[in-house]
Ligand binder design. Structure first.
Ligand code: ATP
Ligand code: MG
Length: 248
């Protein structure tokens, strides 16, 4: 890949029409920043770390012709949702790149709450094929689509590995033509949701929290992920030993 000539998204009228048809999302930047989403208004030094993460990720995806990235962690509360959102808004600043973010932490959806999104759709209905793109996704700017989830889902592992889910995601990719899809997943060691969904992704980012995750947890998760997919990176979050809040 030649960095001076990045692959530009298709500017087909059809694709643009689908994007323009998604309801527009207005986000309160201060509220988001209070919830540690700092790449919207670049209110913290940490945005540089996310921009670096974005650039490394984009290079890796483009080199391998990959699009779909899952974000998980060993245990709850390591910062998956924060990192996914910050990465998504950093990607949104990359105007030649279309990004989709979907809340697939089906048992505990947090994307809509973190951004205070009203009129959220149901990811369960979307994955089952009962709700379309316009009922599920919002558009932030011209090149970021966000699919929050208003309600927790029972039997989420079964839904995540269903043929219907795979078909709905395939249709979404065909219509929206994203360059990057970020899936905010649950923690790996609590449920089988992540393993159930891995066949749908090209790679995974594993988020560990420095004050919480043990070396053996990270090793165990990384090894288990490597058997099934590509591990694109391990992010050390909540580090007290660096000036940056986020390591990569
Ligand atoms: N770098 C950080 N420094 C301090 N606090 C952080 C950092 N990253 C995230 N947090 C806080 O940690 C908590 C958990 O973050 P977040 O919800 O992003 O984690 P999660 O892994 O998605 O959790 P869950 O497993 O519940 O989905 C939140 O209160 C968030 O604001
Ligand atoms: Mg979360």
């Amino acid at each position: 890949m030649d960095d001076r000539n990045p692959v530009l998204p298709e500017s087909l009228g059809v694709v643009r029409g689908v994007w323009e048809g998604l309801p527009q999302l207005v986000i309160d930047h201060d509220l988001a920043a209070n919830n540690r989403v700092i790449t919207l208004n670049r209110s913290s030094q940490a945005h540089a770390a996310f921009d670096m993460m974005r650039t490394k990720l984009l290079r890796l995806l483009r080199e391998n012709n990959w699009t779909s990235v899952a974000i998980t962690s060993p245990t709850p509360a390591c910062g998956k949702t924060c990192i996914t959102l910050n990465l998504a808004f950093s990607l949104a600043n990359q105007k030649d790149c279309r990004t989709v973010l979907i809340d697939l932490d089906l048992r505990r959806p947090q994307i809509g709450k973190t951004l205070a999104i009203k009129n959220q759709g149901s990811i369960e209905s979307f994955l089952k094929g009962d709700a379309g793109l316009r009922e599920t996704f919002f558009r932030y700017g011209d090149n970021l689509a966000i699919g929050p989830n208003r309600q927790a889902v029972h039997f989420s592992a079964e839904l995540l590995q269903s043929a219907a889910a795979s078909k709905s995601l395939h249709e979404m990719r065909r219509e929206i033509k994203p360059d990057v899809i970020l899936y905010d997943l649950p923690p790996m060691l609590s449920t089988d949701d992540v393993l159930a969904f891995l066949p749908n992704v090209d790679g995974v980012i594993l988020v560990a929290a420095s004050d919480q995750s043990t070396v053996s947890e990270v090793d165990m998760c990384e090894q288990s992920l490597r058997e099934k997919t590509n591990v694109l990176g391990v992010v050390l979050n909540k580090s007290h030993y660096s000036q940056e809040q986020y390591g990569y």
